[in-house]
Design a protein around this ligand. Structure first.
Ligand SMILES: Nc1ncnc2c1ncn2[C@@H]1O[C@H](COP(=O)(O)OP(=O)(O)OP(=O)(O)O)[C@@H](O)[C@H]1O
Ligand SMILES: [Mg+2]
Length: 255
């Protein structure tokens, strides 16, 4: 297994946002985390990536404990994420956004940058080539030079994904990558996720679009009021009475 949560809890004042959650994410899987609004999904992502501290429990990545580490250290170890609200450097070009993401993960030596060494220039050139190839693969190749803030919504979503991939992370955590996308764009995102899995990248996914979740995930974990109420294959989840109950009045868990 790649990621393990052991008895993870998080309180916000009197609110138990995540309650004694244990779950594992298998390597090279697409693992969905679903649940009604306020179930605690984004909080789980914030706990895994170290953005907020755990109230109780432990998190392990590749067998090493990561809970308690700083977000930058967790990212360096191979976990990267997108946020539910897309966060881009809006005034930078598309390619610059990808390069920044790659640099933040690699943290190249400041000294070599200051002296503008040959090795540094070559590394920069390679990074640009890799960045361009990544953008090509996500259908953003032709807009690499555009200022990110001027892109249409679907391209901004794709760019957020490109930035996560640019870090070279083994575990990619995506918060609602399909939100606001048209059917065709969702299908494209789905095929990108499958391609990632084929490349050995593990995906942990929060997504409200049940058709997309059920179509792409190998395993689905369901949260409700911070509690894990079910886990299984999409087929098992769609017929699970507790899941259907949790979604009543909220939305349909599938179809
Ligand atoms: N920083 C915070 N401070 C206080 N309460 C918070 C904080 N973050 C989340 N919460 C609360 O914790 C609960 C879980 O929120 P969370 O954002 O994890 O839900 P979610 O499952 O991602 O919901 P959605 O599907 O709407 O994105 C909610 O009741 C929310 O209001
Ligand atoms: Mg959320």
């Amino acid at each position: 297994m790649l990621l393990e949560l052991r008895g993870v809890s998080r309180r916000f004042g009197g609110l138990q946002a995540v309650a004694d959650l244990s779950m594992t994410v298998a390597r090279s899987a697409i693992h969905g985390l679903i649940g009604p609004n306020g179930a605690g999904k984004s909080t789980v992502f914030n706990l895994i990536t170290g953005v907020i501290p755990l109230t109780t429990g432990q998190i392990f990545f590749k067998g090493d404990r990561t809970s308690g580490l700083r977000p930058s250290e967790i990212c360096r170890r191979g976990i990267a994420r997108t946020f539910q609200a897309t966060t881009l450097f809006r005034e930078y070009t598309v390619l610059q956004n990808v390069l920044v993401a790659a640099h933040l993960a690699a943290a190249p030596g400041l000294a070599s940058a200051l002296f503008w060494s040959r090795a540094y220039r070559e590394r920069e050139q390679r990074a640009r080539e890799r960045g361009q190839a990544l953008l090509d693969g996500l259908g953003l190749g032709s807009v690499a030079g555009r200022v990110a803030g001027t892109l249409p919504h679907r391209d901004q979503k794709a760019l957020a994904l490109a930035m996560v991939l640019a870090t070279g992370a083994e575990l990619v955590i995506l918060d609602e990558p399909m939100a606001g996308l048209a059917e065709q764009e969702k299908a494209e995102t789905t095929s990108v996720l499958r391609r990632l899995r084929g490349d050995g990248v593990t995906v942990l996914l929060v997504e409200h679009d049940m058709k997309a979740v059920m179509g792409v995930c190998d395993t689905v974990t369901v949260l409700d009021h911070g509690l894990r109420i079910a886990e299984g294959t999409p087929r098992e989840i769609q017929t699970n009475p507790a899941v259907i109950e949790a979604y009543l009045g909220a939305e349909e868990p599938g179809a």
